[in-house]
Ligand binder design. Structure first.
Ligand SMILES: [Zn+2]
Length: 446
């Protein structure tokens, strides 16, 4: 008889290739045993009866902006990470902006890490930034454990995080390749977006549709083609974030076919919302690249089902309500969606229930693939020796999302009012129950 810290009994354990009934035993933050179709012998300090529930590997959200230090009035590591735990996510990769100072050297990274150690209730990881002035600092960031680097090919909207011109990108990629790391890019064409926006604004055309038309899919395609060429020329691993259209994904798919080391992310908002939502919800649904039309959304789901997309990241990019209010000019107001708490809800409701997306695929996109791509060797799977990062979900429970359910600093989201099927009951981080009965029950990650 072995003693464990925790045994989860009789859950439907979801992995990237199966859903099977079983028990999971946890000790010292690690999964000690996974028993399919039989009971684990032994006792534990705590048992969770997961009968009728599904146990997922905790989501790894590879794309969030928690904005701390320096802009915690927009979100913060505590509120941001709590929202993730409430949504079944157990690890986040925080972007180098919109914190101030941005994570563009080892010193700034240390500041953010120290704050995350105090405040985060799920596992923190960090992206470093690539900006024109910091090529010399990339190695130091890498040596201090960043997941990879993020660059903007078009203006970021944040004054202290400059976007990278082509020369910077090329130099940066050579440098990043030299130590085997990866570059993630916001890929939109500066030339196309800026000139189209100028035209629209000068003609007084500032509706939601005008904003969307000023950032067309071709602008993403142009930037993605260019960055793939740079990846081929430098040998630098590449990750394209927030692709809004399957047309963009196709370009990446073709590059993969010829051996380019490139992966692609999309976000829940491109799967759950359309231009119509931007027109109706205003600033809450403003992001860049912008939301697309319904046919594009369906194509994106098809790409997901077909394995063309590697990772789902929330691109949670919150701001105070005052910055999200748009009256008539959609070129004004913060572009960024608050959504980190709802990723799994959207994939289950809009994917699994509405479009038959298998649960196994959801695990691949939200846990196994990001863990593999970004070198988290003990995460992303429910298996012996892995970290006990888990989400226990009642697939049959439905709920309507209300503002007060949100853990964000600013309790708004374009998903408020949506009815979801599939509710997170418990979230475990390193074996510790962090979220239970609709409440966060710990102060920081153990
Ligand atoms: Zn982002």
């Amino acid at each position: 008889m072995t003693s464990y810290d925790l045994i989860i009994r009789n859950g439907n354990i979801v992995s990237a290739d199966s859903v099977q009934l079983g028990d999971i035993a946890i000790k010292d933050g690690k999964i000690q045993e996974v028993a399919y179709g039989r009971k684990i012998d032994g006792d534990a300090l705590k048992e969770i009866n997961a009968e009728g529930l599904h146990v997922f590997p905790g989501l790894i959200d590879s794309h969030v902006h928690f904005n701390e230090p320096g802009r915690a009035e927009w979100e913060g590591l505590e509120t941001g990470s709590k929202s993730l735990a409430a949504g079944g996510a157990t690890t986040f990769f925080d972007m180098p902006l919109n914190s101030t100072p941005p994570t563009i050297n080892a010193e700034n990274l240390a500041l953010k890490k120290a704050l995350a150690d105090q405040k985060a209730v799920v596992n923190p990881r960090f992206w470093g930034g690539l900006v024109p002035e910091n090529i010399k600092d990339l190695k130091g960031l890498h040596d201090n454990g960043v997941i990879g680097f993020k660059a903007f090919m078009s203006p970021s909207g944040i004054a202290d995080f400059n976007h990278s011109d082509d020369e910077t990108i090329f130099k940066g990629m050579k440098e990043i390749a030299s130590f085997g790391s990866i570059l993630a890019v916001h890929a939109e064409s500066t030339v196309i977006c800026e000139q189209l926006a100028e035209e629209k604004i000068s003609q007084g055309k500032t509706s939601a549709r005008d904003y969307v038309e000023s950032r067309p899919i071709i602008s993403e395609i142009e930037a993605v083609r260019r960055i793939i060429s740079y990846s081929e020329a430098t040998g630098c691993k590449l990750h394209v974030v927030h692709a809004s259209s399957r047309k963009v994904v196709k370009i990446i798919e073709e590059a993969k076919q010829r051996g380019v080391n490139v992966t692609v992310e999309t976000c829940p908002h491109y799967l759950a919302l359309t231009v119509k939502d931007l027109e109706e919800k205003g600033g809450l649904a403003k992001c860049a690249p912008p939301l697309r039309d319904e046919d594009e959304v369906e194509e994106l789901w098809a790409a997901l089902a077909n394995g063309e997309i590697d990772v789902i990241g929330s691109d949670h990019s919150p701001a105070p309500a005052s910055m999200k209010t748009i009256t008539d000019n959609f070129f004004e107001g913060w572009g960024g969606i608050s959504g980190a708490q709802s990723t799994l809800n959207i994939l289950l409701t809009e994917g699994y229930y509405k479009r038959n997306l298998p649960l196994e695929k959801i695990v691949k996109l939200t846990a196994e693939n990001p863990a593999k791509r970004f070198g988290l060797s003990t995460k992303g799977k429910i298996a012996t020796g892995y970290d006990a990062d888990l989400a226990i979900v009642d697939l049959n429970e439905s709920f309507t999302l209300h503002n007060e359910d949100l853990y964000y600093r600013h309790k708004h989201s374009p998903y408020v009012g949506m009815t979801f099927k599939g509710k997170v009951k418990n979230t475990l981080v390193n074996g510790e129950v962090v979220f239970e009965n609709g409440k966060i029950i710990v102060d920081k990650v153990q």
